[in-house]
Design a protein around this ligand. Structure first.
Ligand code: ASP
Length: 607
């Protein structure tokens, strides 16, 4: 087939823009053949570009040459159609298409490029398997849904950028080729050719640089920043991902919250969702107590302590350990369960608890027993349960404390885990996970006052719960707890959580060298190691570092949630697989001997 040249032809309209008001206009549209329908003397080509689809008609009598070309055209050929817009005849309009009122009657058709037989058609709703989609990503990205996701991503990014710029933030880039940054993941390394045997690390986040920018007096910084972390991947992780990263000088925590709520509101508005800040705030301890987790899903009711209802006498009668919390929660609208369904649910829950020492109280059965019926009623009242709600009450068995002494929060966490499991199991019934397209779908909260340290039971050491630049609570520093009572030290760290997913975290930073050195020391870093890894940073702290703080939120994740997508790969143009492979460009690859030599590297076979 001979292809046509574009010559100096220019398009006049995007395909999706044509309306009845364009009738009689002479137009030139260009794009891909989405579908072709051949009715003999009439051929219909649906031509698609980024904006949408327009129907082009080729009539053998009116334009024999153009018609002949349309006969040769196939799916995903690139064409230019020249013709006149005509209103479709009454009854032939297609209300499902934005351009459904019109069609373009072509006088001329240019075949600008052909396409090989397709591995899958971007025009089809049925989605090919993901490996094929990723290998032919350029075809996959042509799909309307993907185009929509990336438009949304652009709008969200633009809204964030505008909001932050309007509020005094400067966008400043920080290096990709740097040294290890302490976010706790493995680094991606870049070998230096000039300095054989030396490596740059790709940044796990711009953390240190943004702090240095505060030392430098920039006052408010932001960056839509790429971060690199070599972690084992899950569905919601990518080795490189994008953060909305910001930092400001002299902040109170509330100021950071205000900025984040501001740009999130602007971002959600681009998707037609009107958020109403301020978001709910709770401390880490409250989150654990009420939800059993530090990223509460507030779409369902919280857990409730039932110690007032489970009096010591009742505990004795029901063989429940004294002194440990009894917790309950409801899953709304589960409906009446049959005897068998209830029994199998009870054994499922008991299997979930395993030998942890927790058990479930069969409230339905208590109701049938004269002695315990008042307890059942009291429990239902405490949980504000109504007809049809599933009532779950979890009790510690006798002798449980000995097993769990080292973590006083374990019961809350375990019951919180069960709450999430059951919420998932009965999602169809309660419907609270289903998006309705309004702000009510999005339950945001701030979690504050995280513990500064976590006890690593295996290694028997305290670990920083966040990166080590997070400031402890001033009161805890003043009270000397950094050395005397690490478990009680609270961090000035906060997370923003949406529907049970952590969207981002941040903190007020340490701005004093003595405190920073103490934190490093308490994490087991001796002075030599501190100097070697963070010497430049400790130096910077000695030249008038102002109090500062910030946060970073995962942009990919925000867009994923707004797009209603189930994987980050739906909102990252060229993502990697769970094995960290780019299937389109086929990376990573081996490199030549020559390259290795230049980099002073030799490949050793892994044993
Ligand atoms: N650098 C942190 C992170 O990437 C965020 C922050 O503390 O600002 O999680």
């Amino acid at each position: 087939m001979t292809l046509d040249f574009l010559g100096n032809l220019q398009r006049t309209h995007m395909c999706g823009d044509l309306r009845a008001s364009n009738a009689q206009e002479h137009v030139v549209v260009m794009g891909w053949v989405n579908r072709r329908r051949d009715h003999g003397n009439l051929i219909f080509l649906d031509i698609r570009d980024r904006s949408g689809i327009t129907q082009v008609v080729l009539d053998k009598e009116l334009a024999p040459k153009a018609h002949a070309k349309a006969e040769a055209a196939r799916s995903e050929y690139v064409v230019a159609a020249i013709g006149t817009v005509r209103r479709r005849e009454a009854g032939l309009e297609n209300p499902r298409m934005d351009t459904g009122e019109i069609e373009v009657v072509a006088t001329e058709l240019l075949l600008l490029n052909e396409s090989k037989g397709l591995p899958f058609s971007p025009a089809e709703d049925a989605i090919a398997n993901e490996e094929v989609r990723l290998k032919y990503r350029y075809l996959d990205l042509r799909r309307v849904e993907m185009q929509k996701n990336f438009r949304l991503r652009h709008e969200v990014t633009r809204a964030v950028r505008n909001y932050l710029s309007d509020n005094g933030f400067l966008e400043i880039e920080t290096p990709f080729m740097t040294r290890s940054t302490p976010e706790g993941a493995r680094d991606y390394l870049v070998p230096s050719r000039v300095h054989g045997g030396h490596f740059y690390a790709l940044p796990q986040s711009p953390q240190i640089f943004k702090q240095i920018l505060m030392v430098s007096g920039f006052d408010k910084y932001f960056q839509i920043a790429r971060c690199f972390r070599d972690e084992d991947l899950r569905a919601d992780r990518q080795p490189e991902f994008t953060q909305i990263d910001l930092e400001t000088t002299f902040p109170q925590q509330s100021l950071i919250f205000k900025f984040v709520e501001g740009f999130m509101t602007a971002a959600f508005k681009t998707a037609g969702i009107e958020l109403e800040p301020p978001f709910v705030q709770m401390t880490y301890d409250e989150a654990i107590k009420n939800y059993g987790i530090d990223k509460p899903d507030m779409r369902l009711p919280a857990m409730v302590g039932l110690d007032a209802e489970l009096t010591p006498e009742l505990r004795t009668a029901l063989k429940i350990e004294q002194g440990l919390p009894v917790l309950g929660f409801i899953i709304p609208k589960v409906g009446e369960l049959s005897g068998t369904a209830r029994k199998s649910l009870l054994s499922e829950i008991r299997a979930f608890f395993g030998d942890s020492g927790l058990d479930i109280l069969d409230v339905a059965r208590l109701k049938t027993n004269e002695t315990f019926a008042p307890l059942a009623t009291a429990v239902e009242a405490a949980l504000s349960a109504v007809e049809g709600d599933l009532v779950v009450v979890v009790t510690p068995k006798l002798g449980t404390p000995a097993m769990w002494n080292f973590d006083p929060q374990w019961i809350y966490k375990k019951v919180g885990g069960l709450r999430l499991e059951l919420a998932k199991k009965f999602a169809d019934k309660h419907g609270l996970h289903t998006q309705t397209g309004t702000a009510a779908d999005f339950k945001f909260c701030w979690v504050t006052d995280f513990p500064m340290y976590e006890w690593d039971e295996e290694k028997k050491v305290w670990q920083a719960a966040h990166h080590p630049f997070t400031s402890p609570h001033e009161d805890d520093i003043k009270a000397g707890r950094l050395t005397t009572d690490k478990g009680a030290v609270r961090a000035l760290a906060y997370d923003i959580v949406l529907n049970g997913t952590e969207l981002g975290s941040g903190s007020i930073r340490i701005h004093r060298k003595d405190v920073q050195a103490e934190i490093f020391r308490s994490l087991g870093m001796d002075e030599a190691e501190q100097k070697e890894r963070f010497g430049f940073f400790l130096d910077a702290l000695e030249y008038g570092t102002p109090p500062h703080g910030g946060i970073a939120l995962g942009l990919d994740r925000i867009v994923m949630i707004l797009a209603g997508a189930s994987s980050l790969r739906e909102v990252i143009a060229f993502p990697k697989t769970a094995k960290a492979i780019d299937l389109m460009v086929d990376a990573p690859t081996p490199v030549s001997e020559q390259q290795l030599r230049e980099l002073s590297l030799r490949i050793a076979t892994r044993t």
